[in-house]
Design a protein around this ligand. Sequence first.
Ligand SMILES: Cc1cc2nc3c(=O)[nH]c(=O)nc-3n(C[C@H](O)[C@H](O)[C@H](O)COP(=O)(O)OP(=O)(O)OC[C@H]3O[C@@H](n4cnc5c(N)ncnc54)[C@H](O)[C@@H]3O)c2cc1C
Length: 560
Amino acid sequence: MSRPRIVIVGAGFAGYRTARALSRMSRGKADITVLNPTDYFLYLPLLPQVAAGILEPRRVAVSLSATLRRVRLVLGEAHGIDMDARTVRYTDPEGGEGTLAYDRLVLAVGSVNKLLPIPGVAEHAHGFRGLPEALYLRDHVTRQIELAAATDDPETCTARCTFVVVGAGYTGTEVAAHGKMFTDSLVRKHPLREGMRPRWMLLDIAPRVLPEMDERLSDTADRVLRQRGVEVRMGTSVKEATHDGVLLTDGEFVHTRSLVWCVGVRPDPLVENTGQPLERGRLVVDPFLQVPGRPEVFACGDAAAVPDLDNPGGFTPMTAQHAWRQGKVAAVNVAASCGVGERRPYRHRDLGFVVDLGGTQAAADPLGIPLSGPVAGAVTRGYHLAAMPGNRVRVAADWLLDAVLPRQSVQLGLVRSWSVPLDTASPELARVPGRPEGRKGADEAADEGITGIIDTTEKAQTAGAEPAPRRPGPEPARNQPGGEPAKSQPGGEPARNQPGGEPAKSQPGGEPARNQPGREPAKGRPGAGGAGKKKSAAGRRGAHPAPGPVKRDDTSAEGD
Ligand SMILES: Cc1cc2nc3c(=O)[nH]c(=O)nc-3n(C[C@H](O)[C@H](O)[C@H](O)COP(=O)(O)OP(=O)(O)OC[C@H]3O[C@@H](n4cnc5c(N)ncnc54)[C@H](O)[C@@H]3O)c2cc1C
C-alpha cells in the first residue's frame, strides 16, 4: 500500500488523539481524514463550568484544523459503514451526502445520553453530553431565577428556584456543585422573596455520591455539597416527571421546572449499525483495538468494548483518560498494520480522578492519593490545563476573571429546550427547525411513548444478554421544515416549552450508567430496542428541501 487512506470517525478524546498521533508518525505519508460533526474537539470535563457561567463555550472547544496538522477535516456525521466495500457514508451539516473510502478505519464516535423508561423523563429532562445542553442549562437557570424574582406567587417562585439533578456520578455531582454556586451568585443580583433561596437536589439510587469512585472522594464531595446547601438524597430517584415537577421514589412530589438528567451514557448508536458483535452496545474489539475478523477496522473510546487486561473478563470504563490513551494505541496499531512499527495491546491503570466542586473546592485522588479542599482544587485545575490539547491560556484567563469579577447574569436564549432533547444521537448539535433528517435518538420510539424509549444497554444489563438490534420505526412528524413541533408528547404528557408555548422544565447528564430505577419496557412495542433509522439521501432531501445546520432527527422535547 503506497499511501494508505486512514479515516477516523469522531474527533473526541479517542479520535482526536488517534489523528494527532498518526499525523506525527506518518509525516505526510498517509492520507488521514477525520470525520466529525463539529470543527472542534470538545473538552467535556469542563462542561459543568460552561453551564455555570465560569467558562465561555469556545474555551472548551479546541479547533481541529488549527491543532491537527496534515489531517483533512470532513464536517459531517457518519450514518452508514460498509465494511465489505470499505466506505463510510455521511451527511454534511447542510444535508449533503458524501462517501469516504478507507484502507484503515478508526471508529471513535463516543456516547450519548442514556435514557431509562421512567415516565415523563424524555419530555421533561435534559441531558448533559454536549455544548448545546450546557448553553441551554446556563440560560435556563438564569431565566428561572429572573422569573422567580419577578413573580408574586410564592409557589411559582419555589418551583422556579428548585433544580433537581439525577445521577451523582462526576457529571451530576459537578453540575449540582457548580449550579448551587451559580444560582447563589444570581440571587445576589435578583433577590428572591423574603426567606427564599435556590434549592438544588442531587439524587441517586446509589448509597453514596460518586458511587464508582474511591469512598474518600465520595466523602469529600458529599461534605462540600451539603455545606454548600445542596440536598444530597442518596437511595432516591425519580419515579415520574410531569409538567409541574417530579415524583420521587420515596413518594415526595417536588415542584420544579428543572430536571437535569445525569444518570449515564450509552454508546453512540452508529456502532450498532456495523453489524459487528456488541457488548452492552459497545463495539467488541480485541486488546489491539481491532474488530475481530476485520483487521483494517479499529475502535476505541466510549463506543468500543476494550478488554481490561488488568481485570480479565471486564472492559475498560467509559472515561476520558481511557479514551485518550486508547487513541494513542489505536494510532500505533494502525501504523503497525501499514508496516510501520510494532503493534501493542492496550493496557492502562487508572491514574486517579479529579472532580471539580466549584470555587476552590475539589475531590481528587491523583495516583491514589486522596486530596480535598484548595489543594485538590489546584491539582484539578492544573490537571485540566495540562490535559487540554489547546485553549489553555484562554481557560486560565476565564478562571482568573471568575476569581475577581462577579458572574455575568445574562441569558441569551439562543438554545431552546426543544433543540436539546434528551433522546438524541447528536448531543453535540443543537436541533434547528428545517434541518435535514439524520440519525435518531435512543429509538425510533419517539411516537411510542416513554415506555418505547428503552435503552438497549439497560435492557441487556437487566436480561444479562446482548442488546437486541433495533428496529426501524415510523418517522416522527416533528420539527419538519415549516411544520409545528409536536403539540403533545408521547405518554400523554402535554407538551410544554414549544416555541411560542409555555416556559420549560428540565435539564442535563453523562457517565457510564448506574442503577437508576426504571419500569420494565413494554414488550413488543414498535421501536423498542430498534436501531437508529437511516433514510436514503433522496428521502432526506425530499423531506427537507431547505436543510439547516443540524442533521439528526431526534425525539422532540419541549421548548422554552
Ligand atoms: C459532562 C461530562 C464530564 C466528564 N468528565 C470526565 C472527567 O472528569 N474525567 C473522565 O475521565 N471522563 C469524563 N467524562 C467522560 C469522557 O468525557 C468520555 O468518556 C470521553 O469523552 C469519551 O471519549 P470518546 O472519544 O470515546 O468520545 P467523545 O469525546 O464523546 O467523542 C466522540 C466524537 O465523535 C463524534 N461523533 C459522534 N457520532 C458521530 C458520527 N456518527 N459521525 C462522526 N462523528 C461522530 C462526536 O461529535 C465527538 O466529537 C465526562 C463526560 C461528560 C459528559
